[in-house]
Write a protein that binds this ligand. Structure first.
Ligand code: URA
Length: 292
């Protein structure tokens, strides 16, 4: 990374913190950075040792293999909007063996009328090798025009938020990169909120997307993606800030506020900042502290 890139990233991180009102270099509670560093170091050594032992035993399961819990995942309700003729979204998604194949499958999926009112399929942006995958709600007008998620005003805020924890969608290094998608790949006409049936119809594609991209962490932006990905009836204010496990892939999920909500309610940026710090801590080696 050049000095220019570094200064730009640092300025972006600073701008976001100023936006949050962070004008004092103190946290809410004292932190023993030396102890944190030692704990992280010990964690990394333990995981290296475990990996070395796994290598010595070739029959053992690979570290990032999807857990057998997948078979026990709750069966999602049959989506009302799905047409009964031909294969459904779950079968089509399961048959996609790569991200390119999944994108093609979504573009060709005829089980929803949403595509008729949209200009472009919005599949993803960023680096598919990233450790963090961001999942938003649905494309808006700008996203529909450009065929990329989060490129409008809320996308710009999202970029500043991610930059504040050292992540960028333009970054080639998976450690510093993000990969971004939405629950819906097509813009609902008039920017309305996706219906439950629409979200349920496209959920198998999103879950296959997570499996294929195989991130370490999913960052769920807003109530709609949280509701459907985590199959919860609790609102985002109750869900945010605590690690949850995604049933189908066992990935740790951090639900947080949608940037569009933060544009309307800037006072809640400080809560979003806490969620981002929790993501940063897990990326740095802390174990996710799952909600019961
Ligand atoms: N809001 C979203 O949830 N996703 C986008 O891609 C744009 C705005």
């Amino acid at each position: 990374m050049s000095n220019g890139d570094l200064s730009r990233d640092m300025l972006a991180a600073l701008a976001w913190q100023i936006e949050l009102g962070a004008d004092e270099a103190i946290a809410e509670e004292p932190q023993d950075r030396f102890a944190e560093h030692a704990a992280r170091q010990a964690g990394r050594e333990a995981s290296r040792e475990a990996q070395a032992q796994n290598r010595e035993r070739p029959a053992a399961a690979p570290v990032r293999q999807l857990p057998p819990a997948r078979a026990a995942a709750p069966v999602p309700p049959e989506p009302e909007a799905e047409r009964s003729d031909g294969p459904g979204s779950r079968e089509i998604a399961a048959a996609a063996a790569s991200l390119d194949a999944l994108c093609e499958a979504i573009e060709g999926f005829e089980g929803s009328d949403l595509r008729k009112g949209a200009r472009n399929c919005v599949f993803c942006d960023g680096n598919p090798a990233a450790r963090v995958m961001v999942i938003g709600e649905a494309p808006g007008a700008e996203e529909d025009r450009l065929g990329k998620p989060f490129v409008g005003r809320s996308g710009q805020l999202l970029d500043r938020m991610l930059a504040a924890i050292g992540l960028s969608r333009a970054e080639p290094d998976p450690e510093k990169a993000v990969y971004i998608t939405n629950i819906l790949p097509w813009r609902p006409a008039g920017n309305r909120t996706p219906s439950d049936a629409e979200a349920a119809l496209f959920l198998p594609f999103v879950e296959r997307h997570i499996e294929l991209a195989d991130p370490d962490i999913v960052l769920c932006m807003g109530g709609v993606s949280t509701k459907h990905l985590l199959a919860t009836t609790l609102g985002i204010k109750r869900m945010r800030g605590r690690w949850r496990r995604h049933a189908a892939t066992a990935k740790p999920v951090m639900p947080s506020f949608h940037p569009a909500y933060l544009l309307r309610q800037p006072g809640d940026k400080r809560l979003a900042w806490r969620d981002l710090l929790a993501v940063r801590a897990v990326l740095d080696g802390a174990a996710p502290d799952f909600a019961e």
